[in-house]
Design a protein around this ligand. Structure first.
Ligand SMILES: *Cc1c(COP(=O)(O)O)cnc(C)c1O
Length: 380
């Protein structure tokens, strides 16, 4: 007999709320994806399913109203510094598409040791062996791109990938040098820019890469799930190859890629995203200043110093010590910060935490620094 769905369960779904909506947001996943006002309007306007398909004649990227064709065929290639751009459901989807198109099961890919888990899972789905280039380890976890060379010689990979920056420490390895290496050994090179594209200037051509991926819901102010994939023209016929039965449907995208809210919010935010990357220097100074102030409190910043990205990772032994003696255990920090209107460190964690300064202004960050001071003195 089928189980009944209870009324109470259904009621819970009709009035959903976010717990941290109005707070100062330091959560790295979220700071680059807050919607612009234009995106919020587009979200409501195109909220209905398939609403974007009014004028579709079989190929989404040829739709001119709304102006998807111009966005994909002109604006995105210029923005990414590539010849051909594609829309995907996220950075991971772009990575998988490229791996699946360029390599066969049993082939290998060489990736930096700070790679995101989605790189590994994409490779697994494509049946590939992943070889890591080790980082320098604690405390800076630097990737030396010349270390790719001996592994390239040894394993003859089908693809190399660099995470730029990585999502754990916000380190920016020498992506341009790796572009030279890729060209010298003639190996396709993919830059994972999930934390770069939409935050900072990054240009595939300048880096000498064959592919670049970005994440709409990480760094491009899109509701998502959404992503972008840029490539050199020579890869278009491989990665965006069409169905033999339907000659306008890309196989890797299962015939069509993102539509509706993920896409219109990406498009509506794009003018402001393209503008904000020009202020990247200010973002970097803000992150460095914030990091320096927290180090004065005894926190230790991991990753590259001086830091060149808004994603910061701190080691905080004194917060961990406090957590051992208080009733709330690890949750005391979350509670103390939330009471002050700050959302960021993962609830429950105190040994280390990640924070992004991208969305907060200096005044808000001053308040965050003062709050940490107050919390430390309260429990000392
Ligand atoms: C967030 C993140 C991803 C995954 O991005 P999606 O767009 O959700 O697929 C991949 N790589 C890095 C480095 C990330 O930080």
């Amino acid at each position: 007999m089928a189980k009944q769905i209870g009324d109470k369960s259904l009621q819970k779904l009709t009035n959903l709320h976010r717990p941290h909506k109005e707070l100062i947001n330091l959560m790295p996943l979220q700071t680059g994806s807050m919607l612009t006002e234009d995106a919020k309007k587009a979200l409501v306007e195109f909220g209905d399913g398939y609403s974007i398909c009014d004028f579709c004649q079989g190929s989404l990227w040829n739709i001119t109203n709304p102006p998807i064709r111009e966005f994909v065929q002109d604006l995105l290639p210029k923005f990414l510094g590539c010849e051909v751009a594609a829309l995907t459901y996220g950075a991971r989807d772009g990575i998988f598409m490229v791996m699946h198109s360029l390599a066969e099961p049993g082939d290998s890919v060489i990736v930096d040791g700070n790679r995101h888990y989605t790189t590994v899972v994409s490779a697994e789905r494509a049946g590939l062996d992943v070889i890591d280039v080790a980082s320098s380890g604690y405390p800076e976890f630097r990737i030396e791109v010349n270390d790719f060379i001996p592994l390239i010689k040894k394993h003859n990979p089908k693809l190399i990938l660099l995470t730029y920056p990585d999502g754990n420490y916000g380190n920016l390895p020498d992506a341009k040098r790796l572009g030279e290496i890729a060209q010298e050994y003639d190996i396709p090179y993919i830059v994972n820019g999930a934390y770069a594209v939409g935050r900072m200037p990054v240009n595939m051509e300048d880096l000498g890469a064959d592919f670049i991926v970005g994440s709409g819901h990480k760094s491009m102010a899109s509701a998502g799930p959404s992503g972008v994939l840029g490539m050199r023209r020579r890869w278009e016929s491989k990665v965006l190859r069409k169905s033999q039965t339907y000659d306008n449907k890309e196989i890797e995208l299962l015939g069509c890629s993102l539509r509706g809210v993920p896409l219109v919010t990406l498009m509506a935010s794009f003018p402001s995203v393209a503008e904000r990357i020009q202020h990247w220097d200010e973002q970097v100074s803000k992150a460095q200043w914030f990091s320096g102030e927290l180090e004065k409190l005894g926190f230790r910043q991991l990753g590259e110093i001086p830091h060149r990205h808004d994603l910061l990772h701190f080691e905080t032994p004194m917060l961990y010590d406090i957590s051992k003696h208080v009733r709330e255990r690890g949750y005391f920090l979350y509670k103390e910060l939330k009471e002050r209107g700050i959302w960021g460190p993962q609830p429950g964690l105190t040994k280390t935490f990640k924070a992004s300064t991208f969305a907060a202004n200096e005044e808000q960050l001053k308040f965050v620094i003062d709050s940490f001071k107050a919390i430390l003195s309260k429990y000392s």
